[in-house]
Design a protein around this ligand. Structure first.
Ligand SMILES: Cc1cc2nc3c(=O)[nH]c(=O)nc-3n(C[C@H](O)[C@H](O)[C@H](O)COP(=O)(O)O)c2cc1C
Length: 150
């Protein structure tokens, strides 16, 4: 069972969480493909059995600039990912109010439109609450990886 792990980050936190995700998935026996930087061509070439996306939010509820081209290309090419199990880890800061974790929300909605299936409800990591996102994500990651590994 393969998993493609992608990340969208401004300052590197979401990249670090994605690296941690890759290691948890590998320990759970998944065959990890860390796609960095994220491109649609690399994703489609990998034809992964499952997909894990970690992204932060910037601006007023936007995806990181470096991740935006991937999102927009995925939206315009619209490759169906029918029944592919996925998970999203959204990094944000609740101090931003209504736009809290909006970047992850955008990614999640697009994957659902592409007919992928959310294996576990999106994890929100709040920078106002904690400064240890990688370790905070561990229990969720272990659960996600074991669900996907079957
Ligand atoms: C300029 C700026 C704008 C931000 N806007 C939002 C936002 O709209 N919603 C949110 O939930 N978090 C927002 N954040 C918080 C970041 O998403 C959060 O700090 C995250 O952990 C950063 O992860 P990164 O290092 O991977 O970019 C913003 C942070 C900065 C610096």
């Amino acid at each position: 069972m393969q998993v493609a792990v992608l990340s969208g980050s401004v300052f590197g936190t979401a990249d670090m969480v994605a690296d941690e995700a890759a290691s948890v998935c590998a320990k759970a026996g998944l065959d990890v493909i860390r796609i960095k930087p994220a491109t649609v061509d690399a994703l489609l070439a990998a034809k992964p059995d499952s997909l894990l996306v970690c992204t932060s939010t910037t601006g007023m509820g936007e995806l990181p600039d470096s991740f935006m081209p991937f999102y927009l290309e995925l939206q315009s090419r619209f490759p169906l990912l029918t029944l592919v199990p996925f998970g999203v880890i959204a990094l944000g800061d609740s101090a931003y109010g209504d736009t809290f974790c909006q970047g992850g929300e955008l990614m999640r909605e697009l994957l659902l439109e592409l007919q992928a299936v959310e294996a576990l409800p999106m994890l929100r990591l709040d920078a106002s609450e904690s400064v240890t996102p990688e370790s905070d994500a561990q229990p969720w990651l272990e659960q996600w990886a074991s669900l996907v590994a079957g």
